[in-house]
Design a protein around this ligand. Sequence first.
Ligand code: IVH
Length: 672
Amino acid sequence: MADKLLSRYEELKAQVNFHNYRYHVLDAPVISDLEYDRLLNELKKIEADHADWITPDSPTQRAGAKVSEKFEKVRHPAPILSLANAFGADDARAWFERVKKLDDRVEKAKFVVEPKIDGLSVVLHYRNGMFVQGATRGDGEVGEDITSNLRTVKAIPLKIPVDTKGPKPPSHLVVRGEAFIPIQDFEELNRKLEEAGEKTYLNPRNTAAGSLRQLDPVLTASRPITLLVYQIVHAEGGRVPTSQWEILEYLKSLGFPVSDVPRRFNDLDPAIAYTETFDKGRDALPYEADGMVIKIDDLTLAGDLGFVGKDPRGAIAFKFPAREVTTTLLGIDVEVGRTGVLTPRAALEAVEIGGVVVRNATLHNFDYIQEKDIRIGDRVLVKRAGEVIPYIIGPVVDARSGKEKKYKPPTKCPACGQDVEHIEGEVAWYCVNAACPAQLVRNVEHFVSRGAMDIVGLGIKIVEQLIEAGLVKDVADLFTLKKNQLLDLEGFAEKKAENLLGSIEQAKGQSLNRLIAALGIHGVGEVMAGDLARTYGNLSALSKTTADELQQIEGVGPNIAESIVDWFARPANQKLLKKLKAAGVDPQMQKDEKKKEGAFTGMTFVVTGTLPNFSRDDAKEFIESNGGKVTDSVSKKTSYLVLGENPGSKFDKAKSLGVKIIDEAELKKLAG
Ligand code: IVH
């Protein structure tokens, strides 16, 4: 019986590792997420009963214990070299001419062209097929042992799958690659941080490098780091190919992630031409690349050519023209978002970066300007990478004349002139006036959206039209629109006007939770809106509440309580509520709806990330049907954080507060 279970366990490990490989290395999964989770859960169940069976290559063993204080040093088995640069085709040809003089074989050499990913160089050791150590490059001789962090990178095989037919891989194999965060994943990460009012990251490279040097692997695991390998640094107890092209093929066959960009050429000119197509199409690469690498394919020849300092003569980095330039910071504009967040934006003296004229750049937040001591009139270093909005790296302090002016964040909203506010613990500043014109378009857009009042047929174009025509000055005006007013607008005929008025009329009957969520109060999402609706029963009661009373509600901390009280205290918002009521929008709800009793009675849950089987609504329903409560934010009172894929900052917060963390399967188990 135990034998059978053990072999099932081995089989599951192999299967889950294989599907990890299909997903994270090949980007071509062959089963659904649901099926994958089933396998993983079965594996976890066996491990829970047989802890002594667990081996380091089990897919459950990726995020291990914290590194104590600092990383140990690792001496590399061979120098981890860097590359000499070529800036353009002429430089590359000059390199070829130079090395040709050193060795006749170069004349007939083939070349491999690879992307030069702007990430962090890492060195991975495999002993008898098992991943045993991973290090940073360090000074090229000695790096830092970041094994526990690298284990969390799912693209890194924990075990080289053994092909019983092929020759065994070397007993000690050391490969080198570049760890990085793809641009899209980076933007997604920043979007989540921004939503949580937290500091965003500057660029994918620093984020990847910083995350891999975290002492806590759980944090590294929450960052979307991936990797591509390109070199065998050392091989013992087995043969490896002697040409770069075959090395790439070989690494691929061993299950390592290898780029599909590389190509081999018989001459230098087509290699250069290929390189140049990537300079033009650089934005098409899913990661940041600062150039391409041209390598002599024959590694024996390349090795014989030797080095100059730390740069091997057998390869050259063909650098793309830098997408970093200096220009003058003319001023700082402030933009106002839907929730009233104020974002500073740099107005620059126009400058061309990589074929695009740049006049604006992001400055992240007001803290960033202060931290970097960016002053108006400064020469600033601006970078444009991928499709990411250009950003300011920092000022060129040496170029200062003394006339530069320190910047003070606005105390009034630039669009409506009302005071701005800062929420303790967040980096953002807000304009809290619901009637602020800059927020109006975005506010209306949010108000009518699917998760809020769900007014069908009221897209952004029409919202803009209504505001431009002066028909809508706040969201309440939507409910008093007349047919003849709509018919005056371009593109509106009888039918369209009637349809729109019909769906607006229908929205008057929306529930109180939807209306509260639609108001766009900072920190109040759909879940919290439901809690407020149940607690207060109508808007008039909610608007009379105090911060203390609000904090009695699970999940409402002092910041959100203050934000709610503040919102209702604003005269403009009070006026809005009156108008809504007069228009017939005043939903009521049964107060303190009797909660179901069950296994979760008295417990509070927060859900973060994507769960394998449950949608957010499913999870909420499941928890509530078992008597539990779901809230939006993690606090000390939270009983459990339910963790899914790609969690947000709630995960970090739960860890720092010591809140118990479970996954969907454990949640179900808990419910019995
Ligand atoms: S080859 C002898 N190939 O670029 C091997 N390097 O200054 C020398 N890099 O620190 C390196 N992609 O981290 C090589 N396909 C690639 C690369 C690559 C990125 C990085 C590497 C190195 C730097 C070179």
